[in-house]
Write a protein that binds this ligand. Structure first.
Ligand SMILES: [Zn+2]
Length: 127
C-alpha cells in the first residue's frame, strides 16, 4: 500500500522537530523572560515528534494513511483546548496592539512591545 502522506511526514517532520528544538535552545538565552514560551516550544516539539513516530508506524505496519486523521484530530483538539499553554505567541502587543517584532514575539512571555514593557517596568519600580 503506498503511503504518500505518511512518507511526507516521515521525510520532513523530523526536520520540523529539529527546527523547533533549535528554537527552544535559542530561547534558553533569555531564560528568565521566556519560561512559558520555552515550555510551549518543548510541548510543540513533543507533538511533532510523536506525529513523526506515528507516521513511521503507519508505514512500518502498512496501515492506511487515513489512520493519520485521528492523530491530527487529537493534536488539533489539544491545541484548541490548551491554546494558552501550547501556543502563547502573539503577533500584536497586548497593551497597544502594535505589531510585535520577531524577538519579542519569540523571546518574551509578556507579549508587550518594548515601549509598553519599559512603561510597565518603570511603573512597577515606582509603586
Ligand atoms: Zn505596546
Amino acid at each position: 500500500m503506498p503511503h504518500p502522506v505518511s512518507s511526507f511526514v516521515v521525510e520532513y517532520f523530523y526536520w520540523v522537530f529539529i527546527a523547533v528544538l533549535v528554537l527552544n535552545l535559542l530561547q534558553r538565552k533569555y531564560r528568565r523572560e521566556v519560561l512559558k514560551k520555552r515550555a510551549a516550544t518543548l510541548y510543540i516539539a513533543v507533538v511533532v515528534f510523536a506525529f513523526y513516530i506515528y507516521a513511521y508506524g503507519v508505514i512500518h505496519f502498512d496501515f492506511s494513511d487515513l489512520l493519520l486523521i485521528p492523530y491530527v484530530a487529537v493534536a488539533v483538539t489539544l491545541f484548541a483546548v490548551y491554546r494558552r499553554v501550547l501556543f502563547p505567541f502573539a503577533y500584536h502587543c497586548t497593551s497597544c496592539r502594535q505589531p510585535l517584532d520577531f524577538n519579542r514575539m519569540l523571546y518574551s512571555d509578556s507579549n508587550l512591545c518594548s515601549q509598553c514593557a519599559e512603561k510597565q517596568a518603570s511603573s512597577a519600580d515606582g509603586a
